[in-house]
Design a protein around this ligand. Structure first.
Ligand code: HEC
Ligand code: HEC
Length: 380
């Protein structure tokens, strides 16, 4: 009798594992601790989340670069250049082609398309340019320190704008409007590759966006919905903010992805209920060296030095920048959130929790903080 029971128990155990039956199923799924708004705000502020200030006067110190100080004329010059296809070899592509300011700061394509319809060779997705100046490093592998240095990349990349620094200087100097602009803004240096990229970067430094989340952090309890408040709580409590932090809600560090690969049957999965983790079973998903991500490895880009280290993306405006991840393989924000919870935190989220987090992410949409420049620009 004892042997029969043991055999039955083992058989059930094997079945439970095989069909991923949870070993401990939480009684109630998905509900989140309700928290008073002011306490939630204090929690968010104490954990490194910061509002983008309402005026440029207050915001400017966050993006100050002593090597490239911001003046209205420099920003106007940079804005003209940012939208100018003159900076690409065949005259068809500008920065704005891949980073649409009014549409989340990216291009809504899985992979960027440059001159002659060329796709990014690593199938890289265009990140948002909005708030990028707040990031500690630029690019998916963080290889560039700031927006000034970053801007030199796309202009010269053969699959983006395909220009040499010499061609840039020749074309820009040939335009009388630019010539006058550079004489005013950079009287000592005039038009150089360096001053062209500095002007563009000065414009980028003004692209800080502010929305409902900032109003909430500034004290307006009604600026975001109850659902978004639950999502914000989860974002902090689950540990998303450990990586997606600071005023830009990301962009501050390089992190390993995926942190959990589930390549052994001993990879446990848990669920977060009322602030407690519950073990719900083992995960069988096998991710091998050939299939390193929880989505197709299109482009074969594996982060910094191929070590699966990625610059943590900026989540401001993220609900407007689909598709997701470095190669744009994931279309829906809900799926991106599930992948993060599972592979960065080892958590299975309920659909309700995913919806709450997405409601919070939606509050990160915003409009650029007003920066007064004459709209005239310099190009003639
Ligand atoms: C053909 C499309 C394309 C063009 C044109 C383009 N970019 Fe990009 N941009 C990208 C892609 C793709 C990346 C990511 C590349 C990487 O990580 O290697 C990127 C990255 C960036 C980043 C880094 C953002 C971050 O959070 O890491 C900034 C800033 C940026 N571009 C600004 C610009 C500026 C300024 C110009 C014009 C001088 C420009 N881009 C032209 C596609 C483009
Ligand atoms: C250990 C660090 C870490 C944690 C924790 C983390 N993330 Fe991420 N997140 C990353 C990295 C790195 C990427 C970029 C990976 C890639 O593109 O290959 C990313 C990408 C994303 C993206 C896609 C952004 C885009 O523009 O493509 C979203 C959305 C996101 N994370 C949300 C979350 C949420 C929500 C949580 C919590 C459930 C979370 N993250 C937890 C590091 C982290």
């Amino acid at each position: 009798m004892k042997t029969v029971l043991t055999i039955l128990a083992i058989t059930f155990g094997v079945f439970a594992l095989y069909f991923k039956i949870g070993l401990i199923v939480p009684a109630s799924k998905g509900e989140t601790v309700a928290m008073e708004s002011h306490k939630l705000r204090e929690l968010a502020l104490s954990r490194g989340l910061k509002p983008v200030p309402a005026s440029w006067e207050e915001a400017k110190s966050a993006v100050y670069n002593p090597q490239n100080t911001i003046t209205p004329k420099k920003v106007a010059l940079g804005k003209s250049l940012y939208f100018d296809t003159l900076l690409s070899s065949d005259g068809t592509v500008s920065c704005a082609t891949c980073h649409i300011i009014d549409d989340g700061g990216d291009d809504n394509l899985p992979t960027a398309v440059g001159v002659h319809g060329m796709k990014n060779p690593s199938h890289l997705n265009s990140p948002t340019v909005l708030n990028a100046a707040l990031a500690k490093r630029q690019f998916w592998d963080g290889r560039s320190p700031d927006v000034e240095d970053q801007a030199k990349g796309p202009i010269q990349a053969p699959f983006e704008m395909d220009m040499t620094p010499k061609e840039v200087v020749e074309r820009v100097s040939a335009d009388p409007g630019y010539k006058r602009g550079f004489a005013e803004v950079f009287p000592d240096e005039g038009v150089t590759f360096d001053t062209v990229t500095k002007a563009i970067a000065a414009y980028e430094r003004t692209l800080l966006t502010r929305g409902a989340f900032d109003l909430f952090l500034d004290g307006d309890d009604d600026a975001i919905s109850d659902k978004a408040k639950k999502g914000l709580y989860l974002f902090i409590r689950l540990g998303c903010k450990g990586c997606h932090t600071g005023m830009s809600v990301g962009g501050q560090s390089l992190q390993r992805f995926p942190l959990r690969r589930y390549n052994s049957i001993l990879s446990p999965e848990s669920r977060l209920v009322n602030g407690k983790r519950y073990f719900v079973g083992f995960n069988w998903q096998k991710i091998s060296a050939e299939e390193p991500f929880p989505f197709p490895d299109t482009g074969g880009f594996h982060g910094r030095n191929g070590q699966f280290l990625f610059r943590v993306p900026i989540l401001r405006n993220v609900t407007r920048t689909a598709p997701y991840f470095h190669n744009g393989s994931v279309k829906r924000i809900e799926d991106a959130v599930k992948i993060m919870a599972r592979h960065q935190l080892g958590l299975l989220l309920s659909d309700e929790q995913v919806e709450e987090i997405v409601a919070f992410l939606k509050t990160l949409e915003g409009e650029p903080v007003k920066y007064d420049i004459s709209d005239r620009g310099y190009r003639e």
